[in-house]
Design a protein around this ligand. Structure first.
Ligand code: COA
Length: 254
């Protein structure tokens, strides 16, 4: 069974992450399905917006850690990259609808969206450093430009959760929305977007995102370091600890 639902309605592609029993942790198949969904509307001539959201009690708990733990296979697997590059390159406006937790790539991907609505109880976290990893998919470039070096350092070097209020205050969110209203707020924005002329909509986004070459370069640089970190003892210790539900052994996490 696929854990990604993708459907097009009223000129909007909605991608729903649907693996609630695992907190919507993302596997290779799920990245592949999301990449495919985004690429499939690239030239269909009618879709004008993309929504990404999660089923259950959170947006996503990030990359599936058991996939991370198989680092030698991961090094050869391009699904995550295919999804993130498709997301970063799409000409259509992307609206994220976030609730519960947005962990790791669940927060990273928001930096590539154009509208981000979150419920007030949402917790964001970029825990890479606590897993012996490094920032990914241009977050080390985009985040400081969005929130400033000092906040980006706190979020990326301490790897602690931060609130929707913090995220809003530092420019990561379009709006904080009540849980009961978030569906309709997102639908209203989608309806407004799809009513705009297609050429103007695409070109406005293209003009706003004139830095794609720099972003792709940063992604490549981060990826090399990320793969190195992934196979290092600190990361392997962190993954094993999570999967065995035990504390990290500080002797192995240096
Ligand atoms: N990868 C694989 N499985 C995950 C996961 C992940 N990223 N996040 C959650 N799960 C699984 C848990 O192992 C658990 O599985 P089980 O029921 O078979 O034991 C199930 O989802 C529920 O998670 P649980 O930890 O019990 O829920 P919680 O509400 O107590 O905590 C989180 C939620 C998101 C705070 C916690 O699951 C977590 O920290 N996950 C890891 C996040 C992470 O570090 N992601 C990688 C980012 S780079």
């Amino acid at each position: 069974m696929s854990h990604i639902n993708a459907h097009i309605e009223d000129q909007c592609l909605t991608i729903t992450i649907n693996r609630a029993d695992k907190k919507n942790a993302l596997t290779r198949d799920m990245y592949q399905d999301m990449a495919h969904a985004i690429l499939s509307v690239k030239n269909d001539g009618s879709t004008k917006a993309i929504v990404i959201k999660g089923e259950g009690d959170c947006f996503t708990a990030g990359n599936d850690i058991s996939d991370f733990a198989k680092q030698s296979e991961y090094a050869n697997v391009p699904e995550t990259s295919a999804f993130m590059r498709a997301l970063a390159a799409t000409e259509l406006p992307v609206i994220a609808q976030v609730h519960g937790m947005a962990v790791g790539i669940g927060t990273t991907l928001l930096l590539h969206c154009d509208f981000v609505y979150a419920t007030s109880d949402t917790r964001f976290v970029l825990p890479f450093i606590n897993l012996g990893l490094v920032p990914e998919y241009a977050s080390s470039y985009l985040l400081p430009r969005m929130v400033g070096h000092i906040k980006a350092s706190e979020w990326l070097m301490l790897g602690e959760p931060f609130s929707a209020n913090d995220a809003y205050q530092f420019g990561m969110l379009t709006k904080i929305v009540d849980e009961t209203e978030i569906d309709s707020v997102v639908s209203t924005t989608v309806a407004k977007l799809v009513a705009k002329p297609a050429f103007s909509l695409r070109q406005t986004k293209a003009l706003l995102k004139g830095e794609n070459d720099r972003i792709n370069q940063q992604m490549s640089e981060e990826f090399d370091i990320f793969l190195e970190a992934l196979s290092a003892p600190a990361a392997q210790e962190a993954f094993d600890a999570f999967l065995k539900k035990r504390p990290i052994n500080p002797e192995k996490f240096k």
